[in-house]
Design a protein around this ligand. Sequence first.
Ligand code: XMP
Length: 511
Amino acid sequence: TVLVVDFGAQYAQLIARRVREAAVYSEIVSSTLDVDAILAKEPAAIILSGGPSSVYEDGAPRVDPRLFEAGIPVLGICYGFQAMALALGGTVAQTGQREFGRTSLSIADSGCLLDSMPNTLNVWMSHGDSVSRAPKGFKVLARTAGAPVAAFEDLERKLAGVQWHPEVVHTQWGQQVIEHFLYNVAGLTPDWTPENMVTESIEQIRRQVGDRRVLCALSGGVDSAVAAALVQQAIGSQLTCVFVDHGLLRAGEADQVKNDFVAATGVDLVIADEKDRFLDALAGISDPEQKRKIIGREFIRTFEAQARELAGDRGIDFLVQGTLYPDVVESGGGEGAANIKSHHNVGGLPDDLQFTLIEPLRHMFKDEVRAVGLQLGLPEAMVWRHPFPGPGLAIRIVGEVTEERLTILRQADLIAREELAAAKLEREIWQFPVVLLADVRSVGVQGDGRTYGHPIVLRPVTSDDAMTADWARLPYELLETISNRITNECRDINRVTVDITSKPPGTIEWE
Ligand code: XMP
């Protein structure tokens, strides 16, 4: 394991991801962890991340020099580079010359870390202080206008550092810096591959579960599908999946779970067809929060009934949950599975339904989940699916949810998805909600006659984590095709609009 020591900037996760992209397993630990605790984890290498802008700031975290004496390879990045220089007897100067953003780097001696790179590159900087003198034993590799020592290495002790951020996309040759450190300075082997992720997860699930029974709520989304497929490979018939079809899914989604997913995994699947229950419960409701509450409540009722029927008096031993590594890191990175009574991701299950969670994806990033899904033979269409909200199309109909409106929206949504796929832009777009303004009408002219129909809103966005988002600049030709098809093929739709609001101030969904 490569440990990424997080000094409190947003970069630690990105660094951990880049290390994983280099096929080396990495985990994030807090900089408040003391040296002994870090060393006790027996890391294969350590990366010190960026952090506060100055090592001279009040309360700026220091690095204990003992960290460098244990013979473990260390790479310092940005703040981590300065903290390393200081701890090893170098000098960090408050030059007053700050560098932010794109900066030109001159390589004097490429050494091992910057091997085979051009003499000058554009790198992404974010620092106030600079290392003015490298510690003894280090070779200085590069400089910028504001940083006389911008990179150094000591191959004997397997220590290296860079002032810039190799983990960000704007930095040229960034991934190579990380790979040179991992492979050439630290001597690690790239073996964190989808095959190995699958093998390791399977072993761990078997150890945890033994011969007991496991239940999984399938949503049709990629996380629950991959989690279920992994558990299925590990323990086969001890797993039962429950898929609640609430009738608020997009075209083809329920069939994909019922047919393709079962065909690919051989999983034991129980389908609860509860379309009528949900539609009845939603009748007459326009308020978004009320819709959410009703759907959550009905979901729990259905799932609980199914679980009781399946597990009988024995109860459920384990429930599979598709928690990802970023969720674990963001919630403080606790270790081990908690014994939980209710869980929000499945809508807050009732108290008397006790189970232990199995979270086979809790060490994976989204791209790794997809790689594992493909490795397990899941259909590409499922693995690359955009995130989709639990309440489904109900919160994409502004107004009351009816069967008829769902049919229209499903058709418009399918057109948008088909055309996005045909333009090969699916993977650049984070999500592409299509919204029916069912309570709004506008005048149109279609086939020589006046119409008084509803608008459809296209809401394509780009994002990394759905916390913030930008409206996607889709090509006009693509928008034109989608608009033509929707107005021609969808009954009652005579207008197509594009939402050009970022988040914030808008949210991704309309409700
Ligand atoms: P917003 O609309 O808040 O959405 O920008 C952020 C992300 O969350 C999804 N979303 C939901 N997911 N239940 C879910 O499971 C919900 O009630 C819900 N509301 C929004 C949304 O699709 C986006 O990915």
